[in-house]
Design a binder for this molecule. Structure first.
Ligand SMILES: [Zn+2]
Ligand SMILES: [Zn+2]
Length: 384
C-alpha cells in the first residue's frame, strides 16, 4: 500500500464506521470512473475503494491497525484471521464496484461484439479392450456435430445479401442510459436488445442455417488412440469439436477412455496381474507351463519347490507406457493346488511318500502354529 488507508479516506485513525462511510461516499462521488474516466482518477478510485473495503470491515481494520497487510498472502501480525478472496492475485475491483454501485461501472468490453464465437467442446466415451489400451488402436468414430454452413460459409446471411447496421443502437452494439444516483449522474450501458450486441442485424438470414452460420451434421472420422491409455484417460483432439456460431473456430473433441474389464488380467498402472494354479506335484518338482499373455502364449518356468503366493514376473509383457518407450510387466501369482479327491491308490502312494519322509501325520499330532512340519514339507519339495 503506497499510502495509509486513513490518509486516503481523509479520516482520523479513531474514526467511527459512519464517518468512514461518509468520507468514502464523498470521495467516490468525485472519483467514480463513470464521472471522471481518466486513468489517474480511476487508480485513485481503486485505492480509496480498497481502503474502504478494509476500514469498513472491523476484522480487516484490526489487522491493518496491527500492521498486517490484509491483501498480502500470509502477511504480518494476525495472519490467518481469514481474508478469503483477497489473495495476492489482486483486488476484485469490478465485483466490488458492482456490489457498491449496482451495475453502474465495470463493463470493460465496449463496442459491438463479433458474431463469430468459438464452438463448444464435446466429449465422447470410447470403450476399449485391454489389449487396445496396451497397444493402441485406430477407431472410426461417428459424431453428431456442427459444421460451417455450406450455403453462407458461416456468414449467416442469405447468398447475395449483407448484414445491416442495427437501427436501434446505430451499430454500437450497446445502449447507454444516464441515471441519477447518489453519486450524481451515472451512465449505464447494456447490450442492445435489438441486435444482441452484434451491432448488425440480418435482414435476410441464410435459409439453411437460419443465420447461425453452421448446420448440424453427422460426421465420421478416424482417430488413432495411443498405446498406454487407461480407464479415464482423456484424449484431446484439438479443433475436432463443433464449429462456433458465425463461422467461429471449432471447439475440441475429447475422447474419454473406458477400459473393458479383462477375463484374466487385472491392470495396475502398466503392470498386469494374473493368477496361475498349478498341481501340487508341479510345484514340488517344477514344470514349464504355457501362460496366456497379451502377446500370445508364453512359456513360464516353475521352479521346483514353488509355493502358493510366489510371484513370477514376465518382464516387458505388460502395457506399453503412454509417454515414452518400454512396457510394464506381467506378474503371475502362483497358487499350488492341494489335491482334494484321492482314489485309494493315490492315497496309498501319498501315505507311503509321507512315511518315507517321516511325515506321517496321525490325527491330532499337528497343531496350528507348529512350523516344523510345514518347513520340513517345504524342504521336502525343495529337494533338501
Ligand atoms: Zn447458412
Ligand atoms: Zn443494436
Amino acid at each position: 500500500m503506497a499510502e495509509d488507508f486513513y490518509t486516503l479516506l481523509g479520516v482520523r485513525r479513531d474514526a467511527g464506521q459512519d464517518e468512514i462511510k461518509r468520507a468514502y461516499r464523498r470521495l467516490a462521488r468525485e472519483l467514480h470512473p463513470d464521472v471522471n474516466p481518466d486513468p489517474e482518477t480511476q487508480e485513485k478510485f481503486k485505492e480509496i475503494s480498497q481502503a474502504y473495503d478494509v476500514l469498513s470491515d472491523p476484522e480487516k481494520r484490526q489487522m491493518y491497525d496491527l500492521g498486517g497487510d490484509p491483501f498480502g498472502a500470509g502477511a504480518g501480525a494476525g495472519a490467518g484471521a481469514g481474508f478469503g478472496g483477497f489473495g495476492a492475485a489482486g483486488f476484485p475491483f469490478s465485483e466490488f464496484v458492482d456490489a457498491v454501485f449496482g451495475n453502474a461501472a465495470g463493463s470493460a468490453a465496449r463496442g459491438p461484439k463479433g458474431r463469430a464465437r468459438r464452438g463448444r467442446n464435446a466429449t465422447i466415451r470410447i470403450e476399449l479392450d485391454l489389449s487396445e489400451c496396451a497397444f493402441g488402436a485406430t477407431r472410426e468414430l461417428t459424431v453428431d456435430t456442427a459444421v460451417v454452413c455450406p450455403t453462407c460459409s458461416g456468414e449467416g446471411t442469405a447468398p447475395g445479401t449483407h448484414p445491416a447496421t442495427c437501427e436501434v443502437c446505430g451499430g454500437r452494439g450497446e445502449i447507454s442510459e444516464v441515471r441519477r444516483s447518489f453519486l450524481g449522474q451515472v451512465m449505464t450501458t447494456r447490450p442492445c436488445p435489438a441486435c444482441s450486441g452484434f451491432g448488425t442485424t440480418l435482414p435476410h438470414p441464410c435459409p439453411e442455417c437460419d443465420g447461425d452460420g453452421r448446420v448440424r451434421t453427422r460426421r465420421t472420422m478416424k482417430v488413432r488412440i495411443p498405446a498406454g491409455v487407461e480407464d479415464g484417460t482423456h484424449i484431446q483432439l484439438a479443433g475436432e469439436g463443433e464449429v462456433g456460431p458465425g463461422g467461429g473456430p471449432s471447439g475440441d473433441l475429447f475422447l474419454e477412455v473406458v477400459q473393458r474389464p479383462h477375463a484374466i488380467f487385472e491392470r495396475q498402472g502398466d503392470d498386469l496381474h494374473c493368477t496361475l494354479t498349478i498341481p501340487m506335484v508341479a510345484g514340488a518338482l517344477g514344470a514349464t507351463v504355457s501362460v496366456e499373455s497379451l502377446d500370445g502364449p508364453s512359456d513360464v518356468d516353475i521352479r521346483p519347490g514353488t509355493q502358493t503366493g510366489q510371484v513370477i514376473p514376465l518382464y516387458g509383457l505388460g502395457v506399453k507406457h503412454l509417454n515414452g518407450n518400454g512396457r510394464g510387466d506381467l506378474i503371475i501369482h502362483v497358487t499350488v493346488e492341494t489335491p482334494s479327491r484321492l482314489d485309494p491308490e493315490q492315497e496309498k502312494l501319498l501315505r507311503e511318500f509321507a512315511k518315507m519322509r517321516g511325515e506321517e501325520a496321525p490325527p491330532g499330532k499337528f497343531q496350528p502354529g507348529q512350523q516344523g512340519f510345514f518347513s520340513r514339507l517345504r524342504d521336502a519339495f525343495n529337494g533338501r
